[in-house]
Write a protein that binds this ligand. Sequence first.
Ligand code: MSP
Length: 649
Amino acid sequence: MSNYITTPIYYVNGEAHIGHAYTTFIADMMARYARLKGEETYFLTGTDEHGQKIEESAKKNGKSSQEFADEISALFKNLWDDFGISYDQFIRTTDAEHKRGVQKAFETMVANGDIYKGHYEGHYCVSCETFFPETQLIDGEFCPDCGRTTSIVKEESYFFKLSAYEQKLLDYYDAHPDFILPKSRRNEVINFVKGGLNDLSVTRTSFTWGVKLPESMNDDKHVMYVWLDALLNYITALGYGGDEERMHFWPATMQLVGKDILRFHAIYWPAFLMSLNLPLPKHIGAHGWWTRDGEKMSKSKGNVVLPREVADAYGLENFRYFMMREVPFGQDGDFSQRAFIDRINSDLSNDLGNLLNRIIGMSGKYSDFSIDSVDVAKYHTRELEEAHRILGGLESYLDEVQTHRYLEELWKVFTIGNKAIEEHAPWVKMKEGKTDEALATVALVANLLAKASVMLHPFMPQTTATIADALGFTIDTAAYNRLIAEKALLEPFVIKKVPPLFPRVEEPLMPEAPKAMIEEAPKKAEAPKKEKPEAKSDEAPGLITFDKFFETSLKVGTVVEAEEVPKSKKLLRLQVDLGEEKPRQIVAGIKEFYSAESLLNTQVCVVANLKPAKLMGILSEGMLLAAKDDEGLVLIRPESPRKAGSSIG
Ligand code: MSP
């Protein structure tokens, strides 16, 4: 059996967060599991480096696209290296072999009659690198995936005949019910395909940072659409279009992705593969999204959880355990330090750590640390059988990536161990002179710990190696075969004392996330009450310094769009040009005093560095200055028009 396991390749427009770490941990665990069983395994991860989004990010940072991609890609690679991620290859879409493979695939698609030239006009979201039909846009303008403004793009383009694959895809889903995991996501994909597939624009002329078309096309205006380029990484990594050295790993056994990119992997990717006459992956596993303390993570909120910070604070393997234990695969998960600490203290410290400490303590007292399995079967057949039944059933959970169920079941083995100690009370048996019985219980627990450690190894490789070392063996395929497949018991050994593996955690070890954003509409459209500045002894109380005042960024803006917020008596939703890359969305409580139309193309004064807040669920990225008295409210505006973005002060 050979295994090929992949993660998505990560965009190089920002550093890794816990969402990326989650996929990578699962893929690493699955690769380690397969290797533990002695199966041939190839594990691929890497970075997705082309496209308009990266080109723009590089420009903003004053770097060339290649320089920028090199830097961020290295951040990902270093992180995975420091985390001991056991990838076999880290692919970069800027690798020469990859580019050659993509060109080869394009040529093959052309030869198979799946590519034609035409024109594309549509709503494009640069951030998601995706075109959306108008019907899917929010308010006819915003991207349904990320909420950012889309723009209309019209350009000459080559198209992939995706529509020709509609029925073939539906037939494939039908014949392979476990192609999409979890199965609950299957219908979503099927319905999308049944809704009709448009041909896919697969080249762009509006930017240059991408893979060029093959020379045989004789058309250097175009570069490949980033998703065509990116998806093909899964085969170019195996040498497709070149030496094909590792193509025997294809088809992939498990391709892990986040739910937001399932469509690309479960529809476009299979269609591309069909066009290339290659078999389809066995499984596409789509996981949910991680939030922090119930909030979506975003750079602007400053609440992104960085994997290194978590690992430094709580330990890398505890982190791996928490992520894979906490959330049913496919569902969204919440990163809360409270939940994490509970897992460490209860599962790891109490259930697992204590069990090891107890047998170190007891064997020290009763047998000078020697442990012999000779009488285990005699006194503990029931416990052994139960444990073997559980251990033997674990793999089935991995078939559907149910890591939380796997770990939940595995933990029952520790419960058997802890219960056996309570029930058989070796200290009582020792007093009664039943030394064999007492030592058999200690040895039972040592065996349970050893077997459970083997099965926990893919999740917590270092910790389980330490436990195995204490128990006188090494975790490898031979140990898997003996202890799990053949259900053999440990050879006699002398247990080693180890320092506590899971010290209890009492307090959160990382700074808490910034305060949750306000969700309700404010009562009045008035400036927020500033905190009273603390009066220093030489300052008049209640007065602020110049510096303090200039902490507030006030700017002139032009209202480029205005509309009423449905169901709200007070709110208008405005798009205000502040001279930035794109207009800011500002939700203002001024509907009683201004109609939306009357504001269009007028100027306003905006507090531009206010923390974004949600008003009736709509993100507001600033606040308008207004004055109010008994007669009503008026906006504060410049006396004569100023350039959008001019600063006030
Ligand atoms: N480059 C594409 C993938 C191309 S694969 C041929 C891409 N990159 S990404 O960096 O934006 O996202 C990579 C993965 O991270 C996706 O699977 C996405 O679902 C996942 N996540 C991004 N934010 C996430 C969370 N908050 N939580 C969990 N996973 C998240 O898309």
